[in-house]
Design a protein around this ligand. Structure first.
Ligand SMILES: C[S@@+](CC[C@H](N)C(=O)[O-])C[C@H]1O[C@@H](n2cnc3c(N)ncnc32)[C@H](O)[C@@H]1O
Length: 240
């Protein structure tokens, strides 16, 4: 379990540069394609993630970071429930420009593997569909653990592999045949929407990700599957 490996990228730096460039190219079409290709389920997945951390969001003194915030949809989903300060961060400038149009939260540009943030800053870090793209998962988890307060919460919402065989076959067909075609036509970047199913296929299973979180120093780790296992939400807490 190292990190994402887009085709043609031979080092972590190259993988990271490729991911940043790719999101930069699709930023203006990202929201439309997200809703279209997920049949709008993406909104429901983020809402569920926000519900699970709503107790923290309701605390006026809590500090929250939505990492890999992209165009800001998690921040948007938090808005109604949130009584505390929430920041957004991403390393792709064009995605942050889109987010700026939608949310008032403070945003900053940074690599999730090297956050310009002091140790123990946040009570909650959320990361939706961003973790899979990190060039090194273990380093990512260690960095998130570093910037969380003791007992702070990490919520990772990410694609996963459906468990039911019939659904997995259908999902496989849709994600490898239909999705790259529609994504390519609408965004103009077929490689971005070919990378998506490939990166999902290579990503660890929900159980493996939970083990990796425990190994990186998170306790009380649990996960729930959504939409037949196509998506999983992991929660963990910074353990001593
Ligand atoms: C699939 S988008 C998800 C955006 C948003 N969280 C959502 O729910 O729609 C993944 C985002 O992760 C960002 N990202 C990937 N690797 C990153 C890294 N190492 N540091 C910061 N952001 C990263 C990308 O720039 C992109 O905006």
């Amino acid at each position: 379990m190292t990190g994402t490996t887009p085709r043609g990228a031979n080092t972590e730096q190259e993988a990271s540069r490729w991911v940043r460039g790719m999101f930069g190219r699709i930023a203006t079409r990202y929201d439309l394609l997200n809703h279209l290709l997920s049949f709008n389920l993406d909104r429901r997945w983020r809402t569920r993630a926000v519900e699970r951390v709503s107790e923290i969001l309701a605390r006026p003194d809590a500090r929250v970071l939505d990492l890999c915030c992209g165009t800001g949809d998690v921040l948007l989903a938090m808005e109604r429930r949130r009584k505390c300060m929430a920041f957004g961060s991403d390393f792709c400038h064009p995605m942050l420009i889109e987010a700026r149009r939608k949310v008032a939260s403070p945003l900053f540009e940074a690599d999730a593997l090297m956050l310009p943030v002091a140790d123990g800053t946040f009570d909650l870090i959320t990361i939706a569909f961003g973790f899979r793209n990190l060039a090194n998962y273990r380093r990512g988890l260690e960095e998130l653990r570093r910037v969380l307060r003791p007992d702070g919460t990490l919520a990772i919402l990410e694609f996963s592999q459906p468990s039911n065989r019939a659904f997995a076959a259908l999902y496989g067909f849709f994600s490898t045949r239909v999705l790259p075609w529609i994504g390519g036509v609408v965004s103009g970047s077929r490689e971005a929407y070919s990378y998506l199913p490939e990166s999902i296929r290579k990503f660890p299973s929900a159980g493996e990700l939970a083990s990796e979180m425990r190994a990186a120093g998170f306790g009380r780790v649990d996960f729930e599957r959504m939409t037949g296992g196509a998506v999983a939400l992991h929660l963990g807490h910074k353990a001593d």
